[in-house]
Ligand binder design. Sequence first.
Ligand code: MEV
Length: 427
Amino acid sequence: MDIIRGFSKLSREEKIAYIQNNFPLAGDLAKTTNHYRHIEDQAIFDDFSENTLSNFYLPYGVAPNFLIDGEMYVLPMVIEESSVVAAASRAATFWANHGGFKTTVHDSLKIGHIWFQWEGDSNILKKHIHSLESDLRSSVKKITRSMEQREGGIISFKFTPQPELANIWQMQVSFKTADSMGANFINTCLEAMKEPLSGYFEKQNLPAAEIIMAILSNYTPDCLVTCEVSCKVEQLAPYAAGLTPQEFAQRFKLAMDIAYHNTHRAVTHNKGIYNGVDAVVLATGNDFRAVEASGHSFASRDGQYRALSRCNITDDGVFSLSLTIPLAVGTVGGLTRLHPLAALSMEILQNPSAEELMSITSAAGLANNFGAVASLVTTGIQKGHMKLHLSNILTSFDASPEERSRAEIYFANTTISTQKVREFLKR
Ligand code: MEV
């Protein structure tokens, strides 16, 4: 097949025809993509990306009863995995009865870099730092002015050679980005400083600096929040599922310690945290790839990938669980107000600040982590999953209400598979 050129310039119908003519298994593309287009607002969605044919639907759910720092919230969650919203709601209700989630936002700093090649002497660079910084700050004054009015802007500069690479330097810039996630602001500032940076070396008759690239870093260990819950061990009874609350708490802590020490378990454990985190990040129109990339590198900060959450049981019987997680999220800018459902999420959350959204999102992560580990150390996760799995299979077979209720009874204690449900419905 020939390479197609100018695909993006084709109309939507022409793009569909190209796929239909060249990829025989593509099905009825026109019918399906048309079906999922929005009657009134399609232009909004088309604008978010390129070569848009349709919309990809995911469930938009809500989890009530999140008591976070004394305020009650209903959390919007976008997720395709069954049980996540149910587990979050159950955990939120449980913790609301035991003081709720308490959070601390440690800081909300973000960083970006200009990487450059420079064959100069670091002692000479030191002498120029003040005037270089002041040149760079004034070169982006027009860009930073409105962020400064919102108490954001450039915080500091730092110049470091990259030890493994001869003559490669990193100019690190720290930013505060108020209520925005700040990626566009940071990248605009950095790109605008490229020329003034190399210009400065030229002006001062220093060896020439060759700029390699300018980009924010998605590793945000200083945009960090801790979320905690605690209760007396005996209050854990509703989750103990046949164990005593003490046995449950001990087993829970062991599972948490395993996830701290073992990387294979840590990855799955943290995935359970991101079930809640990503669902809120998506529902609020934030960048889940950035949030995930940062969190996983933070989980490896001491050289081993570890659980992001920890558990403690004191001698006097207090069970506590805490999650410390970097969360670069915003409540203005990007998709947060452009996507109609992201805008709705902000309203449901009572228009939080970015730091409040960090707290809210961390609570979703901790709630899902608590629910997942509680299931794992008691009944296992398949019981809850399978109920929803059965419902999905029945929907795919168009089962009638009567078939559904009979299937629910039949499969209550029987292994569920698509094949078995098909045979059951036939019978
Ligand atoms: C499934 O989506 C998430 C879990 O695997 C998380 C965990 O193992 O802690 C249940």
